[in-house]
Design a protein around this ligand. Structure first.
Ligand code: FES
Length: 312
């Protein structure tokens, strides 16, 4: 050993200190990013009613992701080394689940490109994805420090950075989020008012009979199967049938007889009783259902004249 070289034990200590400092900085970055991500998730949950009205399973999944991010964020800031891998796993899972949301579009009667345009057009959604990606990047940058430190820690302080540890953490978190999504997927019965007024006519294929309709009181029917529509008898005796899936992101509108408007509960779009947009964000009129009335007054839907984005 030359005179100006430090003994190996001193070198080792200084390298350990450097690694510990580097790892601490990474944990602060991961913790702050996870907390920012959870705040963004809370903002989305609080401001996008379609999550709760249209996609409850997504809302529940996001609630769990937010909760996990808060816990991991705080533990990272408290320098708990055991949350290093679970934090990266949470980032990967959050990014994959949020990004993968676009592929659930057909479940909500939309095409994937249409739903993707909506989702990626939401600033908060993009920020959420960017923050989850930030957690992954910070975690990967910290890997050399984690690897070095894990070799020099005693068993009780074990810092796991292995692929196996990552898979275990990811599987545990996926199971947690999956359980939440499953609970959120349980279908609740339709509101009594809608269920009671959803009709099928007495003649096969018909949805109602003209003689049983009351002016301004809609009856609801599905056409094609799974697509809810409202049939309205106007004061001049004419009939209007409209899809009630809002052309913004396909939430179900409700009809208000006093104003003769359809209101969307998700982001506030309003349509008149001809399906025309009165107020956005929807920019496309409600699709019209073509009708055929036989000599006995039975009403048959025969087609959709201007299918919108919710007729995927
Ligand atoms: S779904 Fe957004 S306003 Fe109707």
């Amino acid at each position: 050993m030359s005179a100006n070289q430090s003994p190996p034990s001193i070198q080792g200590k200084s390298m350990k200190k450097t690694a510990a400092r580097g790892f601490r900085r990474i944990q602060v970055a991961m913790g702050a990013t996870l907390l920012l991500s959870s705040a963004t998730g809370v903002y989305l949950l609080a401001t996008d009613a379609s999550l709760w009205l249209l996609a409850v399973s997504h809302a529940v999944g996001l609630v769990i992701i937010v909760a996990v991010d808060i816990v991991l964020g705080l533990y990272n800031l408290a320098s708990s080394k055991g949350v290093y891998l679970p934090s990266i796993a949470a980032g990967v899972l959050g990014f994959a689940l949020q990004g993968g949301d676009v592929f659930t579009a057909p479940q909500y009667n939309m095409t994937v490109p249409y739903f993707a345009r909506y989702l990626f057009g939401l600033g908060a959604f993009d920020l959420l994805l960017a923050l989850q990606a930030g957690v992954i990047v910070a975690g990967l940058l910290g890997r050399p420090h984690a690897k070095y430190l894990s070799r020099r820690m005693n068993r009780s302080q074990r810092l796991d950075y292995t692929r196996r540890g990552f898979v275990k953490a990811a599987a545990g978190l996926a199971a947690l989020v999956g359980a939440g999504v499953l609970v959120g997927s349980i279908k609740l019965p339709a509101p009594a008012s809608v269920a009671a007024s959803t009709t099928t006519g007495t003649v096969q294929g018909s949805v109602a009979n003209v003689n049983n309709l009351k002016v301004g009181t809609p009856v609801y029917f599905e056409y094609p199967t799974g697509y809810p529509n409202a049939l309205i008898k106007n004061s001049d005796g004419s009939l209007t049938a409209l899809s009630i899936l809002c052309t913004h992101v396909c939430c179900e509108c409700s009809y208000d007889a006093s104003s003769s408007y359809f209101y969307c509960p998700c982001h506030g779009s309003v349509f008149d009783n001809n399906g025309n947009v009165v107020r956005g964000p929807a920019s496309t009129n409600l699709p019209t259902i073509e009708l055929n009335v036989d000599s006995a007054g039975n009403i048959f839907p025969t087609g959709v004249s201007n299918p919108g984005p919710c007729q995927a």
